[in-house]
Ligand binder design. Structure first.
Ligand SMILES: [Zn+2]
Length: 84
């Protein structure tokens, strides 16, 4: 559903030149594999217009099978790990 033409939390593949270099896995030190990016304001809808939007980059680790997301810092992504 679109609200004022804005689609919430829509994943897309960001060009490698526009996103940070792929980080290494904090658990096993393997290079992480980029999956997709979501843009999220992290705000309630009524606040969204005045909030800066933040890109969340998602990565998978081929070494240990852990999923990661990179916003302000690299964190495990337990939501996606349940899907594996
Ligand atoms: Zn790993």
């Amino acid at each position: 559903m679109l609200v004022d033409g804005y689609s919430w939390a829509m994943p897309f593949v960001m060009d490698a030149a526009e996103r940070p270099p792929d980080p290494a896995c904090p658990t096993c030190d393997e290079p992480l594999v980029y999956v997709e990016t979501e843009v999220s304001s992290g705000a309630f809808r009524t606040q969204a217009a005045s909030m800066p939007q933040m890109s969340i980059h998602f990565y998978d680790c081929a070494g240990c099978g852990t999923c990661w997301k990179l916003g302000t810092r690299l964190m495990p992504d337990p939501v996606r790990q349940l899907l594996r």
